[in-house]
Write a protein that binds this ligand. Sequence first.
Ligand SMILES: [Ca+2]
Ligand SMILES: [Ca+2]
Length: 171
Amino acid sequence: MVKMTFSLHFLLLLFGISGMLTKTRASVLYRDKECPPDWTRLDCRCIRFINEPLRFSLAETFCNLLGGNLVSIHNALENEVVRQVINAGAGSFVRTWIGIHDRIVEGEYLSVDGTIVDFFDWSNNRPRPNIDPLDCVEINFPGNNQWSDRNCNGRLPFVCARDVSYYKHGS
Ligand SMILES: [Ca+2]
Ligand SMILES: [Ca+2]
């Protein structure tokens, strides 16, 4: 727990610094009272790495039970934040499910949270079309830590996201 807290503080510091260097809004990632412990702020969402290898559909169910979905990723900064949250939680950049798939129509990628898929970070020679089980997306593919399509029945840890407003409803 102490290690986790330290890691998150380090992450905060890291992105505070990179935010200043790149002149992006530093508010994109920060821990604040909007997200509970173990969750990291990402724009209007709170995200959490779950270090429990599950099939894609079960990982999504797990996130649903937490009030969210597997994380969708909409730009390079969000992509990097997700990777840093994985690194902070696992101790390395382990292969991890994100909430994007083409299970319904081959090559038409959807987010499990219903948001538009407007960003990709495919690894070399990915995705591999028309190889039917390869319909779910992992991040941190070995070599360059980018995205790969993968058999949805494979078991990976995963990142959940839920809206900040989720925390305003309960008592
Ligand atoms: Ca397919
Ligand atoms: Ca596919």
